[in-house]
Each structure stands twice: as C-alpha cells, then as structure tokens.
Design a protein around this ligand. Structure first.
Ligand SMILES: NC(=O)c1ccc[n+]([C@@H]2O[C@H](COP(=O)([O-])OP(=O)(O)OC[C@H]3O[C@@H](n4cnc5c(N)ncnc54)[C@H](OP(=O)(O)O)[C@@H]3O)[C@@H](O)[C@H]2O)c1
Length: 289
C-alpha cells in the first residue's frame, strides 16, 4: 500500500491516479473529511491527518510500502519559516515512527541554493529528511507550467500577461504536473537504498513570450507580455495581503538572475514529454475562456 499526502492537490491527485491505474492499493492522506468520498469511491483507504499532526501522520504512514510527501505551498511564510519547520518536524517524527519502506518527497529545482528565498522551505525539508534512516528520494521539478493558470483570465479579458519572470525572452525550466506525478509514481514503485535526487523539466525551456504567443493562438486574441517592474513587487504583493513578501521576491530574483537552477549536469536532468502548449490548451479549456 502506498500512502499519498496532498492527494487533493494537483501533483498528489495525479500520483494517486497513476498508481491506482497500475493496480496499487492507495491510502489517501487528507485533512478534510468532506474530500474523502471521491477517493473512497476510487477504492482508496482514507487517513485523516493535518500536515502538522505527527500522531495522525504516524497512523497514516504505518504499514505503507512507500509514502509520497509534499509540503503545502506557503507563499507568505513567517520570518524563519516557522510553519514549514513545524510541518517538517511532524513529518519527520511520523516517518521515523511509522518506518515505511521508502519515501518520495516532492522538492524543487533550486532546493540546494545558498541564498535564502521561498524555496528554502524545501531545503529545510530535504536537510531534515537526510536524518531519516530510510530510503528517501527527493524529486526536484522545475517551475510548474500550470502556474500559468493564474494568467488565463487576464490574458483573455485584457490581452495582457503580467511577467515576473524577466527578461521575457529568457527561457525558464518548466514542467507539467502530469510529468511530475508520473515521475513520482515511478519512483514510488522502485526500490533503492539511501538518498537519491531526481531533477525534472519539460521537453524545452519556456519563455513568458512563448506563453503569450501560445495564449494568443488559443484565445484567438492578441496577448502581450507586460513585465512587472521589480521596484513595484513589494508594494504589489503587500497590497494583495502578503505580510512577508521578501522570500517570494528573492525566489523570482533567483530565477531571473539564474541562481535558482538544477544542481545536476544537463544530461542528468530527466525531461518530461508534455509541452507548454498542451498544458495551456488544458488550462484554457478548464477555465471556460
Ligand atoms: N508551483 C511550482 O512551480 C512548484 C515547482 C516545484 C515544486 N513545487 C512544490 O510543489 C508543492 C505543491 O504541490 P501541488 O501544487 O500539488 O499542491 P496543491 O495543488 O497546492 O495542493 C496542496 C495539497 O496539500 C494539502 N494541504 C495543504 N495544507 C495542508 C495541511 N495543513 N494539512 C494537510 N494537507 C494540507 C491540500 O489539501 P486541501 O485540499 O485540504 O487544501 C492539497 O491536497 C509545494 O511543496 C511546492 O513547493 C511547486
């Protein structure tokens, strides 16, 4: 049996469906009983556990052949990443107690970066999990192509794609979440010892200009990138309710300045097959635009 956290989210749901389609038994680890029914109907066991509840997570992981773990995204962390450290500690305690056969943890491109930024949360997880005396694999995907979902309505209504990734013709490593899930499912099925890292991107690197051009064709209207000036980000993010926008700004700086990159040599980075145009087409269809 494989225990899957984050199963109601974009990566976890696809990991579970991949494994179900290969005949595996799944334990859906979720925090909200109201979301359990759909997974019960697919034949999953259900374990209710919030990510900071070590006792509930221990029950959820006990008896699992393999566990898929992710950190809920937190774009507005407290200084010092207090919430993340609490979740990582709860996961560490639960994995140490339950001792599943192996762990696949969803990390990120740039988890190894020395400069503090939003992705340091994944580095905190990786470093703590190094102390687990279990086989642990860190899956480090690129920027999710599905992040473009935030931009579809504005592109359709205003013909504008606000760009924080700059310059807009600079290619950025991106990957489709379906390819992330496929890689995770494959890792969960494998056996290994010790620690391993898999870095993953899509078939080619993507520029904001390419996203705008593709959306122009899908939405049948002109869509232009509009770089958001770096000097306005802090005020903008605070006006959107963020209390601590620094780590997010430093993450964007990291991609733009090139210090958030893969650690491996290019020939060792796995390439998923799904293109940005395939993902954008799905996002446009789902948005009803
Ligand atoms: N976006 C990117 O470009 C990118 C790139 C690389 C890596 N990543 C990493 O990918 C991860 C996010 O994956 P995703 O996009 O699949 O996530 P997602 O779609 O946002 O889903 C988050 C999942 O976590 C669950 N969750 C949230 N808070 C929880 C809590 N306190 N206790 C228990 N469950 C909780 C959610 O459950 P509910 O349904 O109950 O909310 C949901 O199942 C993050 O760690 C992020 O750093 C993201």
């Amino acid at each position: 049996m494989h225990a899957i956290t984050g199963i109601t989210g974009q990566v976890g749901s696809q990991v579970a469906k991949e494994l179900l389609s290969s005949g595996h038994q799944i334990r859906a680890v979720l925090r909200d009983e109201r979301k359990a029914r759909a997974w019960r109907e697919l034949g999953c066991e259900i374990a209710l556990a919030a990510m900071n509840d070590a006792a509930a997570l221990t029950r959820a992981f006990t008896g699992a052949e393999a566990v898929f773990v992710l950190l809920p995204a937190n774009f507005d962390p407290s200084p010092g990443f207090t919430e993340t450290k609490g979740i990582v500690e709860a996961l560490f305690t639960a994995l140490s107690a339950a001792r599943p056969g192996r762990v696949v943890a969803l990390s990120t491109i740039g988890a190894q970066a020395a400069q503090e930024n939003l992705l340091s949360q994944l580095q905190i997880m990786e470093r703590r999990f190094e102390d687990l005396s279990l086989p642990v694999a860190f899956l480090r995907p690129a920027w999710f192509m599905e992040n473009a979902a935030w931009d579809i309505a504005g592109a359709k209504e205003l013909g504008v794609l606000p760009a924080f990734l700059q310059p807009v013709d600079k290619p950025v490593p991106m990957v489709a979440t379906r390819d992330v899930a496929a890689a995770a499912a494959q890792m969960l099925e494998q056996e290994w010892s010790g620690r391993k890292v898999l870095e993953l991107e899509g078939p080619h690197r993507v520029t904001p200009s390419e996203i705008a051009l593709t959306l122009s064709s899908l939405l049948r209207r002109d869509v232009q990138t509009q770089p958001v000036p770096r000097s306005t980000w802090e005020t903008l993010f605070r006006s959107q309710g963020m209390k601590n926008p620094g780590p997010r700004i430093r993450m964007l700086d990291g991609f733009n300045e090139g210090w958030l990159e893969f650690a491996s040599k290019p020939e060792h980075i796995r390439k998923g097959p799904t293109s940005i145009s395939t993902v954008l087409r799905s996002l446009v269809e789902q948005s009803g635009c």
